[in-house]
Every structure is written in structure tokens, then in C-alpha cells.
Design a protein around this ligand. Structure first.
Ligand code: P1T
Length: 384
């Protein structure tokens, strides 16, 4: 087995297999594939929703990065999540989910899946005893984000997987924030990994996509069937863009983390900042767990200014390099206020219960020059 970056660059790109020896695999746009005779209509590629050579190449690459046997690529992270839920659960089943999740994931659970009779309980999964207490007769799955969006809480993937498996639960980890470069949940015992490919895997804010990685044959079979039967697939062009993005994942993640750690330290020492959430800081209450289960801490952080929403607004609106925008994981730095943007679909009462204050600011630290990013933040502080 080769190293992470060698796999990221070479898997799915096989010049010897190409007609002209291309070192970059081409984009197969064809929606359908002609056969020599009726004897062959069921063999090889048939129709691009079911399977497409470019998407296949991407799926091979993505599987390799998570040390998974299989990967499936979808048209968005939420489409990938939908496939996991619809293909593996049925009416009456119950899911235990981390109480801090991307707002759109909670919206999918509460406003779509609940209509089909799937129940959700939100639990602070930092606490194993609480997790154990929340397991019911009908529980089938535990849904983890770690680090969480936006509060950077961590769940112990190994400990939760062991307990979950004793009760026959499927363990799903949304690994979007860490990326497979810094964390590989399947090797820690999880059953399924899901990604918003839109973020670090794509890496350049130009593709909306999702992926599921899995090694179990039966789980894979069920989700592969749904990928075709429901049809929320990633297009060949988007698949190719993600293949291109993934090749530089390792170097991007190193730089995201270099900048993020220094910005987290800068913010932590700033007199106008109340609290910084970044797992790489010694002050993070789960820093030891981060060191144990992650190879690095990533490029996402959030913080609270002294004051309230008005101060947060003044801060983010004064910045010039950090774009005021949702999403994350691209080379460019982004900043946002979860209560007004990414988590606006979560009721305020629920947000406050998990710790998302109105004044919380979330930062996706890009790979620009650190000095420029800090100088930009100075502008925010000067505007207060
Ligand atoms: O946007 P989409 O590709 O459908 O992915 C959804 C999703 C899933 N999981 C996590 C952890 C996410 O952060 C997201 C999308 N998040 C944002 C758009 C955001 O700004 O947080």
C-alpha cells in the first residue's frame, strides 16, 4: 500500500490503460455506451447514471484515501447523506446523532427523514454515558460529525464504534472538516464515512459534491443500488474537478493547518476575544483526543468576540481577504456567522442549547499568506 499523497495523485489515473497514454484521465461525457451485439448489452458501461468511467476513477481515488474498499460519488454532501439514510433505514428506525451538526444535515433529518418515520435523538456525543443511555430498541445508527460544524466538538470514534457495535448500530462519520488526510474514521472502527466533497476534497470552491466510503460488501451493495435507483450522481466534469483537487489535498491541508493554528493563537491572545474553538489549541477541552485520533487539526475554527451580534457583524463586514460566505475548505479564506447563515435553519433555542451563540464567528482559514490574513483580522478589530 502506497503513501497517502502517492495514492491521491496516482489512483484512478492509469496512463497504460489510456489509448494515448494520458497521464491525466480524460472526462467521459457520454451518457450511454454502444455495444457490438445484443450479447453484450449487460456488460461493461451501459448508461452513465449507473456507472461512468470518470466517476469510477474518482470513486477509486476517494476509496483509497479513506482506506475503504468502495466509494460512491454524489451530486452533493446532502445527497450522499440521503442515500445512506434511505438505503439502510426504514420507517420506525431510530438514529442517535451528535447535537452539533451542519445545519443542513439537521434540516434533512428533522424536516425530510422524520416525515418518512425515521426518528432522531440529538446527544452530546462527547459523553459516552449519555450515548449509551440514548440507545433504544429501535436504534439502528449513530451519526457523528467530528470535529463538529461549527463548534469543533470531537467524538471519540473508536470508543463510540465499540459501544455502537455491541448494540448492532451502524456508525457513520461525517469526515468533512478533518478530511481523510487528517483523520480516517474507518481505521478507527466506523462503518461508513461521508463527505461534502464541496469542501476540502474539491478544495477550490468550484464543485458541489458528496461521497460515501465503505468497506462492508453488504452496506456497499445497498447504497450502490440507491445511487443508481435514486440518481443523485456526480457529473463526469465535476468528478474530474474533484480528481484534480484531491491530488493537492495533502499540501493544502498542511498549509490550512499552519495558518489556522497561528490564527487560533492570535485570536486566543487578543483582548477583544472571549473564546476560541480549535482542536489544535491546548485550551481545547478535547485536545488530547484530537492528538490521539487525528493526524492534524485542520483549517476550521470558530470564536466568540466580547460583546454580541452587533460586534460580530462589524468584525466580519470589515474584512477584505476573508470573504463573507457560507461553505469552507477552499484555498480562499471565508468567514461567516452561523446563527445568520449556515445554521439559520436550526431553531435559535436549539442552537443556544448546543452552544452556538448569536455572536459566534466561524472561519475557514485558507492557504493565503498568514501575515495578510492576520492584517485583515486587525481591520475587523479596528472596526469594533
Ligand atoms: O453542501 P453539501 O455538499 O450538500 O454538504 C453538506 C454538508 C455536510 N456535512 C458537513 C460537515 C458540511 O459542512 C456540509 C455543508 N456545509 C456548509 C455549506 C457550511 O458552510 O457549513
Amino acid at each position: 500500500m502506497k503513501g497517502f499523497t502517492t495514492k491521491a495523485i496516482h489512483v484512478g489515473e492509469e496512463p497504460k490503460r489510456m489509448q494515448y497514454g494520458d497521464v491525466v484521465s480524460p472526462i467521459h461525457l457520454s451518457t450511454t455506451f454502444a455495444k457490438e451485439s445484443l450479447d453484450e448489452v449487460e456488460s461493461g458501461y451501459v448508461y452513465s447514471r449507473s456507472a461512468n468511467p470518470t466517476r469510477d476513477n474518482l470513486e477509486k481515488k476517494l476509496a483509497a484515501l479513506e482506506n475503504a474498499k468502495y466509494a460512491l460519488a454524489f451530486s452533493s454532501g446532502l445527497a450522499a447523506e440521503t442515500t445512506i439514510l434511505l438505503s439502510l433505514l426504514k420507517k420506525g428506525d431510530h438514529v442517535i446523532a451528535f447535537d452539533d451538526l451542519y445545519g443542513g444535515t439537521k434540516r434533512l433529518f428533522n424536516r425530510v427523514m422524520e416525515r418518512f418515520g425515521i426518528g432522531f435523538t440529538y446527544v452530546d456525543l462527547r459523553d459516552l454515558a449519555l450515548f449509551k443511555k440514548s440507545i433504544m430498541e429501535s436504534s439502528r445508527m449513530v451519526w457523528i460529525e467530528t470535529p463538529t460544524n461549527p463548534l469543533m466538538k470531537l467524538a471519540d470514534i473508536k470508543a463510540i464504534s465499540e459501544l455502537a457495535h455491541e448494540h448492532g448500530l451502524i456508525v457513520v462519520v461525517d469526515n468533512t472538516f478533518a478530511s481523510p488526510y487528517f483523520q480516517q474514521p474507518l481505521t478507527l472502527g466506523a462503518d461508513i464515512v461521508v463527505h461534502s466533497v464541496t469542501k476540502y476534497l474539491g478544495g477550490h470552491s468550484d464543485v458541489v459534491g458528496g461521497a460515501v466510503m465503505v468497506s462492508d460488501d453488504e452496506l456497499h451493495e445497498k447504497m450502490r443500488f440507491h445511487q443508481n435507483a435514486v440518481g443523485a450522481i456526480l457529473s463526469p466534469f465535476d468528478s474530474w474537478l474533484v480528481m484534480r483537487g484531491v491530488k493537492t489535498l495533502a499540501v493544502r491541508m498542511e498549509r490550512h493547518q499552519y495558518n489556522a493554528l497561528r490564527i487560533a493563537e492570535y485570536l486566543e491572545n487578543h483582548p477583544l476575544v472571549d473564546k476560541v474553538y480549535y482542536p489544535g489549541l491546548e485550551s481545547h477541552p478535547q485536545h488530547d483526543l484530537a492528538k490521539r485520533q487525528m493526524k492534524g487539526y485542520g483549517g476550521m475554527l470558530s470564536f466568540e468576540l466580547k460583546g454580541g451580534l452587533e460586534e460580530a457583524r462589524k468584525f466580519v463586514e470589515a474584512l477584505e481577504i476573508f470573504a463573507l460566505a457560507e461553505s469552507l475548505g477552499g484555498v480562499e479564506s471565508l468567514i461567516e456567522i452561523p446563527a445568520l447563515m449556515t445554521h439559520a435553519s436550526v431553531p435559535r433555542e436549539e442552537r443556544l442549547k448546543v452552544g452556538i451563540k448569536d455572536s459566534l464567528i466561524r472561519v475557514s482559514v485558507g492557504i493565503e499568506d498568514l501575515e495578510d490574513l492576520i492584517e485583515d483580522m486587525e481591520k475587523g478589530f479596528k472596526n469594533l
